[in-house]
Design a protein around this ligand. Structure first.
Ligand SMILES: [Ca+2]
Ligand SMILES: [Ca+2]
Ligand SMILES: [Ca+2]
Length: 202
């Protein structure tokens, strides 16, 4: 059961990388607020704070943090997702397959057409949601979300962050709420109260 789920995840990514469809980032006039969101995420991944995100930081260290809070097969799924995400969004033909990426390169990357369809982004986000849905009931409790926040190096109090993402205030995060917050963070120029999705290190 577990291995079938993992294999299907890996197959999904194999399909994704070979896809010839393209995600068009239609709004190329990026706001300074948008840049602060991308920098905040870059800083989460740049663990040694040298201004460069390496493959080891993006994939290796993220996986190591996931291993601390997730069962091993889930951490392995996270590793698969992040190795593929690194190749789709960071280290691709536009950066000459560099494995050391500066913030400026990350921002430039985000202005070009990413080899992934608009439809695939929510699917991938949904898989990420599933990875942290420990009891497979289709929703995140505060405890499940706290594992996600740990992987993204959150240091702030968790409940207020949870409440900001829990748009219908029912005490659970469902996949739609997570996908919506993810989409607003990465693809919208303006402030959203859900932009706290990765927590805060301050
Ligand atoms: Ca670094
Ligand atoms: Ca759950
Ligand atoms: Ca909810």
């Amino acid at each position: 059961m577990v291995s079938i789920k993992l294999i299907s995840l890996l197959l999904l990514f194999a399909v994704l990388v070979d896809s010839s469809s393209v995600l068009k980032n239609t709004n190329r006039n990026f706001s300074s607020y948008w840049v602060t969101k991308y920098k905040a995420f870059f800083d989460i991944i740049d663990v040694d704070e040298d201004g460069i995100v390496t493959e080891e930081e993006y994939v290796g260290l993220t996986t190591k943090r996931a291993q601390k809070v997730l069962p091993s097969w889930r951490a392995l799924a996270m590793n698969g997702m992040y190795s593929n995400a690194f190749r789709v969004w960071w280290s691709n033909k536009h950066t000459n397959y560099k494995t050391n990426i500066t913030l400026e390169e990350f921002l430039q990357e985000s202005e070009i057409d990413i080899p992934i369809t608009i439809k695939e982004v929510p699917e991938l986000t949904s898989d990420l949601f599933g990875t942290f849905d420990i009891d497979c009931d289709g929703k995140w409790t505060v405890d499940e979300y706290s594992k996600f926040l740990f992987v993204f190096r959150n240091a702030a109090e968790i409940q207020p962050i949870f409440d900001a993402i829990d748009q219908n205030a029912n005490g659970f995060l469902d996949a739609e709420e997570f996908i919506s917050a993810w989409d607003l963070y990465w693809y919208h120029q303006n402030f959203s109260t859900t932009d706290i999705i990765f927590g805060s290190r301050a």
